[in-house]
Design a protein around this ligand. Structure first.
Ligand code: 5AD
Length: 345
């Protein structure tokens, strides 16, 4: 095990067999070594800085029916909402006043938000907050649409691949195809976005081989950002009786991702923090360096319930985040926090 981890640290790569070997056999002492190496790697790229993002969940309408997701189309127990332009800008204003320099607009796949509506919004946001990076997380759209949003000023785009196994992917995402997902991600990269991919840990049917496939998919794609989090069964979905994803495994995977992709921006995600009160600290100690805080209006928050008891931190909780970060030797960086390899002129 020591030898394999050394190789990972030196070369930032492992074969599928080696990744499976690590996932199968890692014990507590090897985990400590792995986390050490992940931290040393982060030290060389971004240092012990924690980047913060302001997350706005602007619509929970979704035309998709993903088997795990609480805002899937067929869930009739969700009260649907979409925020208007004024509400969106008002929320972002608050974030801006608090010093946030990255805004993430996340929503279900909602056809109400046509290209024209989105372009108007993107331009307004980039005009209003000149020094802010804008991230979109709105699912699959055409190359042409992605390109228009980019030209209008969107800087980054999050689109998790969810699971890099075509059979499992297609089972869990009725009406979608893994190939199209992959095409979208490569389109985003080609256009020039800082693109984010990622997967859910502990989905039904997942094995260590599937996890290794997820990791190698990321290695090949080389995204600027990666988001992963444990699966949390939602009672109003077909997967309600499935087992919850493992926090420990998620943390090991964070460390492996840091070592495979030293320059990636890697959040300790809300799902991780939902299952674990010290998710942020444990994430940081395993190579994570981003946290996303919620700036959605309070009255819509419980409606954006992709999983139960979703415990997102409020943008006003920067103090708590700062304390947690400093307890493990990190300091909060309020800058845009671009990926090292990107800087748009
Ligand atoms: N458990 C964990 N993660 C989930 N997501 C959606 N539903 C769940 C769930 N039940 C994740 C998906 C999506 C991201 C926004 O939230 O990976 O891309």
């Amino acid at each position: 095990m020591k030898k394999v981890l050394e190789k990972l640290y030196e070369t930032n790569n492992l074969t599928k067999e080696e990744l499976i070997f690590v996932l199968e056999n890692i014990d507590e002492s090897a985990k400590a070594d792995l986390f050490q190496l992940a931290q040393a790697t982060l030290e060389k790229t971004y240092g012990r800085r924690l980047f913060v993002r302001g997350l706005l969940e602007f619509t929970n309408y979704c035309k998709n029916n993903c088997m795990y997701c609480g805002i899937r189309r067929d869930n009739k127990n969700v009260e649907r909402y979409r925020l208007g332009k004024d509400e969106i800008l008002l929320s972002l204003d608050k974030g801006y006043e608090l010093g946030y320099k990255t805004f993430v607009l996340q929503g279900g796949e909602d056809s109400f938000f046509t290209d024209d509506i989105l372009l108007d919004l993107i331009k307004e946001i980039k005009k209003r907050y000149k020094d802010v990076a804008l991230t979109l997380s709105i699912g699959e759209r055409s190359f042409e649409s992605y390109e228009k949003y980019y030209i209008a000023g969107a800087d980054r785009f999050l689109l998790r691949h969810e699971v890099a196994n075509p059979y499992i992917y297609n089972e869990l995402h009725p009406g979608l195809s893994f190939q199209n997902r992959v095409d979208c991600l490569y389109n985003l990269k080609k256009i020039g976005y800082q693109a984010g991919a990622g997967f859910i840990v502990g989905l039904p049917g997942e094995t260590n081989e599937v996890l290794a496939e997820n990791l190698l998919f990321l290695k090949q794609l080389e995204p600027a950002m990666v988001g992963i989090g444990p699966f949390i069964p939602h009672p109003d979905t077909p997967l309600k009786n499935e087992t919850i994803g493992s926090v420990d495994k998620t943390i090991v995977l964070l460390a492996l991702i840091r070592l495979l992709l030293p320059e990636v921006l890697l959040p300790a995600t809300t799902a991780l923090n939902t299952l674990c009160t010290n998710g942020l600290e444990r994430g940081l100690q395993a190579g994570a360096n981003v946290v996303m805080l919620n700036l959605s209006p309070i009255y819509v928050r419980e409606k954006y319930e992709i999983y139960k008891n979703k415990d997102s931190k409020d943008i006003h909780e920067l103090n708590t985040v700062e304390q947690k970060a400093s307890s493990v030797g990190f300091r909060v960086d309020m800058g845009r926090g671009d990926n090292i390899n990107f800087r748009r002129i």
